[in-house]
Design a protein around this ligand. Structure first.
Ligand SMILES: [Zn+2]
Ligand SMILES: [Zn+2]
Length: 80
Protein backbone atom coordinates (compact mmCIF):
# COMPACT_ATOMS: atom_id res chain seq x y z
CA UNK A 1 0.00 0.00 0.00
CA UNK A 2 1.49 3.31 -1.08
CA UNK A 3 -1.21 5.21 0.72
CA UNK A 4 0.04 7.50 3.47
CA UNK A 5 -1.78 7.78 6.74
CA UNK A 6 -1.46 11.16 8.38
CA UNK A 7 -2.97 12.03 11.71
CA UNK A 8 -2.67 14.49 14.54
CA UNK A 9 -2.71 13.08 18.06
CA UNK A 10 -2.68 14.81 21.46
CA UNK A 11 0.44 14.02 23.48
CA UNK A 12 1.92 14.36 26.97
CA UNK A 13 5.22 16.07 27.74
CA UNK A 14 7.07 12.77 27.26
CA UNK A 15 5.57 12.30 23.79
CA UNK A 16 3.16 9.51 24.69
CA UNK A 17 -0.40 9.63 23.35
CA UNK A 18 -2.95 11.50 25.45
CA UNK A 19 -6.37 10.03 24.80
CA UNK A 20 -7.75 11.28 28.08
CA UNK A 21 -10.45 13.83 28.60
CA UNK A 22 -8.78 17.11 29.52
CA UNK A 23 -9.99 20.59 30.29
CA UNK A 24 -9.07 23.73 28.38
CA UNK A 25 -5.79 23.98 30.28
CA UNK A 26 -4.71 20.46 29.37
CA UNK A 27 -5.32 18.99 32.81
CA UNK A 28 -7.15 15.66 33.18
CA UNK A 29 -10.87 16.01 33.92
CA UNK A 30 -10.89 12.68 35.72
CA UNK A 31 -8.32 12.54 38.57
CA UNK A 32 -8.31 8.74 38.19
CA UNK A 33 -6.87 8.98 34.67
CA UNK A 34 -3.15 8.17 34.45
CA UNK A 35 -2.72 11.47 32.66
CA UNK A 36 0.27 13.75 33.21
CA UNK A 37 -1.39 16.60 31.34
CA UNK A 38 -1.72 17.34 27.64
CA UNK A 39 1.14 19.52 26.47
CA UNK A 40 0.92 19.40 22.71
CA UNK A 41 -0.08 17.72 19.50
CA UNK A 42 1.94 15.38 17.36
CA UNK A 43 1.38 15.15 13.64
CA UNK A 44 2.44 11.77 12.30
CA UNK A 45 2.76 10.09 8.92
CA UNK A 46 3.00 6.41 8.10
CA UNK A 47 6.35 7.12 6.42
CA UNK A 48 7.79 7.75 9.88
CA UNK A 49 7.69 11.53 9.86
CA UNK A 50 6.50 13.30 13.02
CA UNK A 51 6.23 16.87 14.21
CA UNK A 52 5.18 17.98 17.67
CA UNK A 53 3.69 21.41 18.30
CA UNK A 54 2.07 23.12 21.24
CA UNK A 55 -1.12 23.82 19.33
CA UNK A 56 -3.24 21.50 17.23
CA UNK A 57 -3.49 24.27 14.66
CA UNK A 58 0.29 24.30 14.19
CA UNK A 59 0.53 20.51 14.11
CA UNK A 60 -2.22 20.35 11.48
CA UNK A 61 -0.41 23.02 9.49
CA UNK A 62 2.83 21.02 9.58
CA UNK A 63 0.91 17.89 8.63
CA UNK A 64 -0.60 19.60 5.59
CA UNK A 65 2.85 20.78 4.47
CA UNK A 66 4.22 17.27 4.89
CA UNK A 67 1.31 15.76 2.96
CA UNK A 68 2.16 18.10 0.11
CA UNK A 69 5.69 16.70 -0.05
CA UNK A 70 4.19 13.29 -0.80
CA UNK A 71 1.76 14.48 -3.45
CA UNK A 72 4.55 16.25 -5.34
CA UNK A 73 6.54 13.02 -5.55
CA UNK A 74 5.87 11.15 -8.83
CA UNK A 75 6.11 7.79 -7.05
CA UNK A 76 3.21 8.79 -4.83
CA UNK A 77 0.89 9.52 -7.73
CA UNK A 78 -1.21 6.47 -6.95
CA UNK A 79 -1.75 7.48 -3.35
CA UNK A 80 -5.31 8.60 -2.77
ZN1 LIG B 1 -3.40 12.29 29.02
ZN1 LIG C 1 5.09 11.06 5.12
Amino acid sequence: MARRTLRTIPVHADGSTCDHKVNSRGKPKDPADPCTGRTGYKATCSCGWTSTKYLRLLADDDRAKHAATHTTTPAAAQAA
